[in-house]
Structures are given as C-alpha cells and as structure tokens.
Design a protein around this ligand. Structure first.
Ligand code: FMN
Length: 147
C-alpha cells in the first residue's frame, strides 16, 4: 500500500514520531513517503491509499501551518483514507484531532481512525515514555482496518 505522511513539527517531537511510524509501516512492506508541510504545496501531495496528518497542538488546536495546509489541500486520488495524529502537553484538552476532521470533511477522504494523541512532557519535549508502543498499536489498528 502507498502511504503518505504529511507533518508539521516545531521542535522535532512530532517528526520523530512520524519517522518511527514510517519505519514500522515500511517494515510491514508498505511504501511510505514522509513530507513536511513546510516543503510541499497542499496541492502537490503524491497520490496514496492512506494519508497520515501529524501536527503539534498549539493554543489548544492545530498548529497554524497544518491548519493552512489542510484548508488548501487538494488530493487527486479518489477514495483515499486518512488518519490524524497530534502531539501535545495536555491530551484531554486538545481539539487538534477534531479540527483536522472538520477541515477534511468536505474532501474525498475517509477517516480510518479517531486519531492518536501523543503527550510531550515539556513544551519542547521529550515525548512521553511508551510513545513507540502507542505508535505500534496505531499502525497495527489502521492497517487492519484497511484490509
Ligand atoms: C506557541 C505554542 C503553543 C502551545 N500550546 C499548547 C496547548 O494549548 N496545548 C498543549 O497541549 N500543548 C501546547 N503546546 C505544546 C506543543 O504541543 C508541543 O510543543 C508540541 O507538541 C511538540 O511537538 P513538536 O516538537 O513536533 O513541535 C504549545 C506549543 C507552542 C510552541
């Protein structure tokens, strides 16, 4: 399966999570491409069966760069799926996953997961212990739901 990860990351924590996820999914035989929303236009994402969008939570919701990216997103491939991810200090309070869902609901994309919240223990990190296990389970659940 072709998987595209589009991420924003200010301090590198979300990027590290997505690199780990890319490794996990690649090992399972998938073709996983990872791109920063800072380096690609929202109209130029490669076609893929599954998109993973990952953003830090900032001021309670999605980081501005990801919000702008998703507002202008154009995906040419019909019937693709997506799954949202956020890193944040306070998982119960983040609205990032819901905001991503709202921004994507008018697109020809269907959600395959309610999403994943990974905690950072300080503004700049580090990530909570156990984040790798969360990402392992997340990958397994998404891939199972696509079979
Ligand atoms: C300007 C700013 C505002 C933030 N606001 C929140 C917030 O409202 N809630 C929260 O849980 N984390 C907040 N954070 C912490 C970020 O979620 C954290 O820095 C980020 O998840 C780290 O991931 P990154 O290294 O990929 O950027 C904020 C961080 C910044 C820089």
């Amino acid at each position: 399966m072709k998987i595209c990860i589009a991420y924003e990351s200010k301090f590198g924590n979300g990027k590290g999570c997505m690199e780990y996820l890319q490794g996990v999914m690649s090992k399972k035989g998938h073709d996983v491409e990872m791109l920063s929303v800072r380096e690609i236009e929202p109209t130029s994402l490669p076609s893929a069966d599954l998109y993973i969008f990952s953003s830090p939570t900032q001021i309670g919701s999605l980081a501005g760069k990801m919000k702008k990216f998703l507002k202008k997103l154009e995906i040419s491939q019909g019937g693709a799926k997506y799954a949202p991810v956020t890193t944040c200090l306070n998982p119960p309070k983040t609205k990032s996953l819901k905001t991503m869902e709202k921004l994507l609901q008018s697109r020809d994309l269907s959600k395959v997961s309610d999403g994943l919240m990974i905690k950072v223990t300080g503004m700049k990190g580090p990530l909570e212990s156990g984040y790798k296990e969360k990402l392992d389970t997340f990958a397994e659940d998404i891939l199972k739901s696509l079979q």
